[in-house]
Design a protein around this ligand. Sequence first.
Ligand SMILES: [Zn+2]
Length: 70
Amino acid sequence: MKRCRMCGKEITDELSRERGYGPICYEKHLEEVKILQLELNFNSRFRPDMPHSERQKIINQLLYGQSSQR
Ligand SMILES: [Zn+2]
């Protein structure tokens, strides 16, 4: 059983399961990622020549780290 990472509700549709968020929470998640990406542009861990997958890894770490602390 898959649950939304943000609100903990059960996810029923396939696409949302893959995302790990319900449709509404996914929109909020995207906003968070956008803000985070902007912040990361000023972060020393973030370099312009960094491959996209590395960026995504750092973003994921920060996002999931943040949500588990709440
Ligand atoms: Zn949710």
